[in-house]
Each structure stands twice: as structure tokens, then as C-alpha cells.
Design a protein around this ligand. Structure first.
Ligand SMILES: NS(=O)(=O)c1ccc(CCNC(=O)Nc2ccc(Cl)cc2)cc1
Ligand SMILES: [Zn+2]
Length: 260
């Protein structure tokens, strides 16, 4: 997908005070479980992914992205809180330097060691990711928390590809990866709210769908994430860790839950 053109100039300290004009729908947020409102109208999520449409994996200097061919409706997300059909463009992760933190969203202030984001754009209304990223109903991102435990067999193929993209702007061909294998067993228990991208351009165009159930990966698998570098081959090495944004004010938004 063409997400690489969206982040032309990343503010180096995008963690920081980058203020978005009128930013009252920023992400990530803390999910206060007892304040979430059960919405019986929320439908089951339907994610249909074709592993054959996986194209490449690359280090964008902030995380690594696994990108899919999003020129057809081969990888779709619909249902849940969504009115339209969305196409998977890429997935990536955010993680910490230790297992004590790393996720972007928190649940009752609890941090997880890492968080997966599956990024989709509204293909019923727009023709390109770049268009959708600027629109209020343009994107849908599924967030899945990672916990350290048993090895994730499906993730290993991806972990084995990471040493080849150790440096910023490195890219390798990556085929036949099923992103569905990274979803938890139960995808019908989730929280949903309207927010933003968590990195520049921080546009408030995202319907967030945060899974209640986490997935488990091994300590060694997460250690390989941390072996990636923010820097290119010529620069002084800086480990790619702590690539998460801090939680943002809720500003009166309601988080809905699909479960009681
Ligand atoms: N973190 S998100 O799902 O809100 C998000 C989704 C899509 C974009 C536009 C494509 N670019 C991209 O994915 N860049 C990126 C990813 C991870 C890190 Cl750590 C830094 C930059 C940006 C943010
Ligand atoms: Zn992300």
C-alpha cells in the first residue's frame, strides 16, 4: 500500500508537543473499562485476509511495516462499528525497551509490552489510502495487545525476516503472510472509539477497534523487534525501542464496548 508517501516529514520527536489544530480526538488513550458503554448495536467484526497479497516488509525508521496489495478488495474489514468496507493496507507494531511498557493504548492504565496495529482504509468512499487518511471516516485500525509468554508460531516467519531490515529504509520482499494469524481467538470482544493516527500526520480519521483479548509472543521474539534500528547503516546505531506515543486526553469521548 502507499502509506510510505503519507509520512513524508516525520517530526523527529513525534512523541512530543506536536499539537494538532483542534486536536480533541487524539490517540492513543487509556481505556477505563468501567466507563466504557456497552453498545448492543455493535455487530461482529468480519476480517477477510488473503495471505497471497502480502508484498513487502520495511523499516521506516520508526517501526517495521508489513504491506499488502490494496488495489483490490482482497483484504477487507467490515461490521463491528463500521458502516463501510475497509481495505487492509499494512500492519506494524509499537514496543518498549523492556517488557514493562511499549503499548500505545492502556487498559485501566495497564501497559502492555507491545501493540499491533492493522491499518485499513475506507474503500467504499475513497480510492487511495492517502485520500482516506485525511477524512473523518477514512481509516479503521485494529489494535491488539501483546503479552510475553509462549512463542507465537505464526509470528516467527515475520521475526525471521527482521534481521534483513535492521536499518532504516531497508525493505525486503515478504510473501504469503496471513495477518489473521495475529488476531486473538475472540475478535468479538472489543472497545471502539473515534481517534487519530498516533504518529504524524496525527489526522483524526481513525475508527479504533481495540481487542479485549491479547496475543502472546515469546521474550525472544520481542527481543528481535528490539534488535531493529531507528538509524541507517551510515549513522551511529540507535535501537528501535519505545516507538509509542503517550496517552492523549479523552476530551469527553465515549469508548463503546461490544461486550458486557
Ligand atoms: N500508529 S497508527 O496505527 O495510528 C498509524 C497508521 C498509519 C499511519 C500512516 C502510515 N505510516 C505509518 O504507519 N507510520 C508509522 C508506523 C509506526 C510508527 Cl512507530 C511510526 C510511523 C500512521 C500511523
Ligand atoms: Zn501504530
Amino acid at each position: 500500500c502507499s502509506s510510505k508517501y503519507v509520512l513524508s516529514q516525520m517530526h523527529p520527536m513525534w512523541q512530543g508537543p506536536l499539537v494538532v489544530p483542534g486536536g480533541d480526538r487524539q490517540s492513543p488513550i487509556d481505556i477505563a473499562v468501567r466507563k466504557a458503554v456497552f453498545d448492543s448495536e455493535l455487530k461482529p467484526l468480519v476480517a477477510t485476509y488473503d495471505p497471497q497479497t502480502c508484498q513487502q516488509i520495511w523499516n521506516n525508521g520508526y517501526s517495521f511495516l508489513v504491506e499488502y496489495d490494496d488495489t483490490t478488495d482482497k483484504n477487507t474489514l467490515k461490521g463491528g462499528p463500521l458502516q463501510d468496507k475497509f481495505r487492509l493496507c499494512q500492519f506494524h507494531f509499537h514496543w518498549g525497551e523492556s517488557n514493562d511498557w511499549g503499548s500505545e493504548h492502556t487498559v485501566d492504565r495497564r501497559l502492555f509490552p507491545a501493540e499491533l496495529h492493522l491499518v485499513h482504509w475506507n474503500s467504499d468512499r475513497y480510492t487511495l489510502f492517502e485520500e482516506a487518511v485525511m477524512e473523518e471516516n477514512g481509516l479503521a485500525v485494529i489494535g491488539v495487545f501483546l503479552k510475553v509468554g509462549k512463542r507465537h508460531e505464526g509470528l516467527q516467519k515475520l521475526v525471521d525476516a527482521l534481521p534483513a531490515i535492521r536499518h532504516k529504509d531497508s525493505i525486503v520482499e515478504f510473501n504469503r503472510f496471513d495477518p489473521g494469524c495475529l488476531l486473538p481467538a475472540n475478535i468479538n470482544d472489543y472497545w471502539t472509539y473515534h481517534g487519530s493516527l498516533t504518529t504524524p500526520p496525527l489526522t483524526e480519521s481513525v475508527s479504533w477497534i481495540i481487542m479485549k483479548q491479547h496475543i502472546e509472543v515469546s521474550h525472544d521474539q520481542l527481543a528481535v523487534f528490539r534488535s531493529l534500528l531507528f538509524t541507517s547503516a551510515e549513522e551511529v546505531q540507535k535501537s528501535m525501542v519505545n516507538n509509542f506515543r503517550v496517552q492523549q486526553p479523552l476530551r469527553g469521548r465515549t469508548v463503546r464496548s461490544s461486550f458486557t
